[in-house]
Design a protein around this ligand. Structure first.
Ligand code: URA
Length: 240
């Protein structure tokens, strides 16, 4: 593959930045300074060093983001307000997309990847990946409302939610676990109880959780261990 493509896929630079840096002598391949972005490299065999740092080739990239309010979880937003626009330029061009969707006003845990088969695997209804949400409602939520939410509800358009776990947090707040993903699911469920959602945060996706160290709009790469655990995710073992 081309050297500039490899550096771009590793999220180190855009292809044009990589080419400029290569021409300035900032990249070596097997100890020899590379000449141009078009130099061929074998990512499995060649030792590439970028600005003094050995490059570890990653075919795919996996990112955990703490989605802020007001961003769209898609790749093409009209006003540059997508979650992808929160990433640095070199990561905006490697085909990352959100694994599942959160509404514009929902915040919290969002996995971004360019690994289509992992995304497909995790979003498959058979997989039943646990997604936990913190929900704050406009009005008091009674115990019978919580029972309705956990028991499975007809939310219109011929859609019925599955039974699930719901736990009270306060008079107007609760935690709910979804293992499916219908459009505006929680908001529609809450509306069926005569209430409405005023704040929604996804606190976990599989074993990945919102972390206090990751502020809204911040992100980090998954560790190799987390990547492996996601790839062999099984609801009964939580990927262990
Ligand atoms: N349910 C909703 O209503 N919105 C979300 O963003 C996620 C789940």
């Amino acid at each position: 593959m081309r050297l500039d493509k490899l550096l771009n896929e590793c999220g180190l630079a855009t292809r044009s930045e990589a080419s400029k840096l290569i021409r300035k002598g900032g990249v070596t391949v097997n100890g020899v300074p590379a000449k141009s972005g078009g130099d061929p490299v074998d990512p499995e065999k060649d030792a590439v060093v970028f600005c003094g740092r050995p490059v570890e080739y990653r075919k795919f990239t996996y990112i955990l983001m703490n989605k802020p309010e007001g961003t769209v979880s898609s790749t093409d937003g009209k006003d540059g307000d997508t979650v992808i626009s929160l990433l640095p330029p070199e990561l905006r061009k490697i085909g990352l997309f959100p694994c599942g969707r959160l509404d514009k006003d929902t915040v919290g845990c969002l996995l971004l990847t360019n690994d289509g088969s992992l995304s497909h695997f995790l979003l498959s209804p058979k997989r039943h990946v646990d997604k936990k949400y913190f929900v704050r409602c406009e009005k008091y939520v009674s115990d019978s409302d919580l029972a309705l939410l956990s028991g499975g509800l007809d939310i219109g358009n011929g859609e019925k939610t599955a039974k699930t776990d719901v736990m009270r947090i306060s008079e107007k707040e609760f935690e709910i676990t979804l293992r499916e993903g219908m459009y505006h699911q929680i908001k529609r469920m809450v509306e069926r109880t005569g209430n409405s959602v005023v704040f929604l945060e996804r606190t976990s996706f599989a074993f990945l959780t919102s972390e206090p160290t990751l502020g809204r709009g911040e992100w980090r790469y998954l560790t190799p261990e987390e990547e492996e655990r996601l790839k062999r995710y099984d609801k009964n073992t939580n990927g262990r």
